[in-house]
Design a protein around this ligand. Structure first.
Ligand code: AMP
Ligand code: FE
Ligand code: FE
Ligand code: ZN
Length: 294
């Protein structure tokens, strides 16, 4: 796509390709996601819970019963030379062995990491692992993360909101923070490709997640490894960084996507606040291994 095909703030109408539900750290069900996307006049929506496909069936049922278009995806935890990276993956085969093995390993690593963080936190904030588990809405099907630890701190009265906990003890710069051991971004891109999906770097320029951003060189290497796109339209990407990302997308022929990173009540992000245009979604559907639900 030519550089001048993009404006500076993403499409005014289209699809929200970045949404979380109760199967990870969102507060609403997949059916509520689909209903709200429909009510808000979006063209379609993607479910992208962290490191899981557990919400796909519920989302699919809701989409089919309303005749509302749905992409199926996930946001996959990765790292690249100490930079924490999230890779959005769409329309891949959920039965692929590489995908199943990767999700299982990351979900186990997340639990170990969460237990270690809770043990650090508990020295100053008396919360237990059970307090964190009580915050998961889908039991063992839930992908556990820092938001559930934040909710446990809120429930115990140490913070008023999840966001305040993220500004304090739960922040990635706090002394309690431990990163999740995860595959490299290149490994994730390759696994998604083998599973027939399309991979997109989520919020590549979000400085609240990383002090150092992915460099042009790192993005170039992912593009050579089969990366499909960059999530340019996301509230975490600063305006001057969006220019850099658009130039990279143009240089490496990457799709440009947008998404809200909606978490229901779990984050201030509003469903549909950033969108992906229909022609980009059509490319994702054309390249993907599974059917569009519509
Ligand atoms: P983790 O993957 O366990 O390190 O947790 C990171 C998750 O926390 C991401 O999915 C973010 O969406 C979420 N998160 C980050 N900052 C905030 C915030 N200020 N309020 C609520 N959720 C947040
Ligand atoms: Fe999240
Ligand atoms: Fe993310
Ligand atoms: Zn997200």
């Amino acid at each position: 796509m030519a550089r001048d095909e993009y404006n500076d703030c993403g499409p005014a109408s289209g699809w929200d390709l970045h949404c979380h539900t109760v199967f990870s750290d969102g507060t609403k069900t997949p059916a509520e996601l689909v209903a709200l996307a429909d009510a808000n006049g979006l063209h379609g929506v993607a479910i992208t819970d962290h490191d899981t496909t557990a919400g796909w069936d519920d989302a699919q049922k809701a989409a089919l019963s309303r005749g509302f278009p749905l992409l199926r995806g996930s946001e996959i935890t990765a790292q690249d030379e100490h930079v924490s990276v999230h890779i959005l993956a769409y329309q891949y085969d959920p039965q692929n062995e590489g995908i199943i093995t990767m999700f299982q390993a990351t979900r186990e690593a997340r639990i170990e990491r969460a237990k270690r963080m809770v043990s650090r936190l508990s020295k100053d904030f008396p919360i237990t692992w059970d307090d964190v588990l009580r915050q998961t809405k889908k039991g063992e099907e839930t992908t556990v993360g820092r938001p559930h630890m934040a909710d446990a701190l809120v429930s115990a009265g140490f913070y008023r909101t999840r966001s305040q906990a993220f500004a304090g003890a739960i922040s990635s710069s706090s002394k309690y923070y431990i990163p999740t051991p995860s595959p490299t971004a290149l490994q994730v891109v390759q696994v998604v490709k083998q599973a027939g999906g399309v991979s997109v770097v989520a919020h590549p320029s979000d400085l609240s997640r990383n002090k150092v951003l992915l460099s042009d060189r790192q993005i170039a290497r992912l593009a050579q490894g089969g990366l499909g796109g960059l999530e340019v339209w996301h509230r975490g990407n600063r305006p001057e960084e969006r220019e850099r990302l658009l130039d990279l997308a143009c240089r490496f022929d990457l799709l440009v996507t947008g998404g809200s990173d909606w978490h229901g009540e779990g984050k201030p992000n509003k469903l549909g606040e950033n969108l992906t245009c229909d022609s980009v979604v059509a490319q994702i559907v054309r390249r993907g291994a599974i059917k569009l639900i519509a």
